[in-house]
Structures are given as structure tokens and as C-alpha cells.
Ligand binder design. Structure first.
Ligand SMILES: NC(=O)c1ccc[n+]([C@@H]2O[C@H](COP(=O)([O-])OP(=O)(O)OC[C@H]3O[C@@H](n4cnc5c(N)ncnc54)[C@H](OP(=O)(O)O)[C@@H]3O)[C@@H](O)[C@H]2O)c1
Length: 253
């Protein structure tokens, strides 16, 4: 068994991508903290990680919408990570919701909930965790962004707007904390086969959660800034961004 060198805090530890990433991290010997709303379910996943990989793994209650609890949550995570032997705490931001554009247009409260979860909640919890990262001399923050944030499409520009806002927040967060050893990577993800995409029609280049997590883990070891995942989305999005508005606006994307 490889030595445990770090603890990965998975914010949205019950998400399909978060769970696949946690498996990947634990297989590499990292300790794991699974944070989310369904602690009983997270504890079952943590037990599986402990059994399968022999690493410290535990669960912690986290709700992106409970902003006033985020500072206490950050302190609790620091304590739990120290319990793993003062290993560096790294973060995977893996929670989010994606109601359809039609659902959001019919229900402004649902649209607000998406913004509050994907943007406000993300910004709040990362801000609360920044002193923990700086206090330990740095750390890695990996976020699940999306290609949807690169160009507003008729079919999901509200969701896309949340990912664009997240991207700008992450740029500034990286610049603000870089001198304290914090490295930030925003994964501009194409579609991944999870509960989030099951309601959608067949999507191009859709990745399996395990394959996506393996690529995310590799990128997390060395990259910062933004990277498309799977890599095919870099040229695809370059082409999509280059389409003139008068053509783009006629496409039903
Ligand atoms: N799947 C894709 O194609 C794709 C592409 C690009 C980016 N992403 C992003 O990847 C991330 C993970 O998505 P996924 O595809 O793995 O979807 P998923 O399995 O549906 O996971 C979404 C997770 O978000 C959590 N969540 C929702 N509201 C929350 C809140 N208020 N507080 C805490 N957790 C909350 C859910 O927790 P509960 O279990 O408690 O409901 C769930 O675990 C999301 O940010 C998504 O936008 C996904």
C-alpha cells in the first residue's frame, strides 16, 4: 500500500464524479473526507474506501446553501485532516445542480437555487477554506467547471452562467492565494455519464465517471488554471467559440 501523503476533501462527496475521484485518490494512497448532505450514505462510501484501499476515509456534513455553517465546517475539516497525520488538505469542488433551462424559466426560485448552489455556495465554502489552505502552507483546489460556461447556449445558458461565474471566481481565488502555495485547477468538463446528464438526449463524447476521474486525477497532480476534460473538448470548444453570433443564434443548441 502506498504511503498516505495528502487528504482530499470532496465537497459533494455523494456526486458520481466526486465518488469516482475519491476512489482514484484512495487508490493512490490519499486519505479522503467525503462532505455532503446525506451523511449516512457518505459513511457507507467512506467504509468502502477504507476497506478497498486501506486509507483513512470519513464523512462530514456539508450543505452548500448553509452559508453561515461554512466557517465551522472548514475548521472541522482542518481538524479531521490533522487526525490523518497532518497531511496536506486538498479540495475537490464536486457539488452542483443542473435543472433544465425550461424548468428554470418556469420557476425563478429553482433558478435562484441553482445560482446559490453552484456560485454562492461554492464561493462561500472555498473562501471559508482558504485560511486552512494558507495555514498549512498551500494546497490544491480542483473544481468541476463546465464547457457550458464557455458560450451561452439557448438550451442551458442559466446553468452555463453559473459555471462561467465560478470560473471567474476561481481565477481571482487562484491569484489571491497563489503566493501562499495554493494551486487552483478548473476542469472545463464535457458531458459525463451521471445523474446530472441522464435526463438529456444522447450527448457527444460522453465520458464514463471512472475514465473522467482518472484523467482529472492526472491533471490535478500537475496542472493549474483551466483544462478541458476529456481533452477532445479543447478543439471542439475552440470551434464553437469561433462560430459567429448570426450563425450560432440560428442553431438550436
Ligand atoms: N455530469 C456532467 O456531465 C458534468 C459536466 C460538467 C460539470 N459537471 C459538474 O460536476 C459536478 C458533479 O456533478 P455530477 O455529474 O457528478 O452529478 P451528481 O451525481 O448529480 O452530483 C451532484 C451532487 O451535488 C450535490 N449537491 C446538490 N446540492 C447541494 C447542496 N446544497 N449542498 C451540498 N451538495 C449538494 C448532490 O448532493 P445530494 O446527493 O445530497 O443531492 C450531489 O451529490 C457538478 O458541479 C456538475 O455541475 C458535471
Amino acid at each position: 500500500m502506498p504511503a498516505v501523503t495528502e487528504t482530499w476533501l470532496v465537497l459533494g462527496g455523494g456526486s458520481t464524479i466526486g465518488r469516482a475521484f475519491a476512489q482514484r485518490a484512495a487508490a493512490a494512497g490519499a486519505a479522503v473526507l467525503l462532505a455532503g448532505r446525506d451523511v449516512a450514505e457518505l459513511e457507507r462510501s467512506a467504509a468502502d474506501l477504507r476497506l478497498r484501499h486501506g486509507v483513512p476515509a470519513t464523512s462530514v456534513l456539508f450543505d452548500a446553501l448553509e452559508l453561515e455553517a461554512h466557517r465551522g465546517f472548514a475548521r472541522a475539516c482542518a481538524t479531521l485532516a490533522q487526525g490523518n497525520g497532518h497531511r496536506q488538505l486538498n479540495l475537490l469542488l464536486a457539488f452542483g445542480i443542473m435543472p433544465s433551462q425550461a424548468e428554470c424559466e418556469a420557476d425563478p426560485l429553482l433558478a435562484r437555487r441553482m445560482v446559490e448552489t453552484n456560485v454562492t455556495g461554492a464561493a462561500s465554502v472555498l473562501t471559508a477554506l482558504a485560511p486552512v489552505l494558507r495555514g498549512q502552507g498551500g494546497g490544491v483546489v480542483v473544481a468541476l467547471g463546465s464547457v457550458a460556461g464557455e458560450r451561452g447556449r439557448p438550451r442551458n445558458h442559466l446553468y452555463g452562467a453559473t459555471k462561467a461565474a465560478l470560473a471567474v471566481f476561481l481565477q481571482g481565488y487562484a491569484a489571491r492565494h497563489a503566493r501562499h502555495g495554493v494551486r487552483v485547477l478548473n476542469l472545463l468538463a464535457g458531458p459525463v455519464d451521471t445523474a446530472l446528464t441522464w435526463p438529456l438526449p444522447r450527448l457527444p463524447f460522453i465520458a464514463s465517471p471512472a475514465a473522467f476521474a482518472a484523467q482529472a486525477w492526472c491533471q490535478a497532480r500537475r496542472r493549474s488554471g483551466q483544462v478541458h476534460l476529456p481533452r477532445i473538448w479543447a478543439p471542439v470548444m475552440a470551434a464553437i467559440r469561433a462560430v459567429p453570433d448570426r450563425v450560432f443564434n440560428r442553431l438550436d443548441l
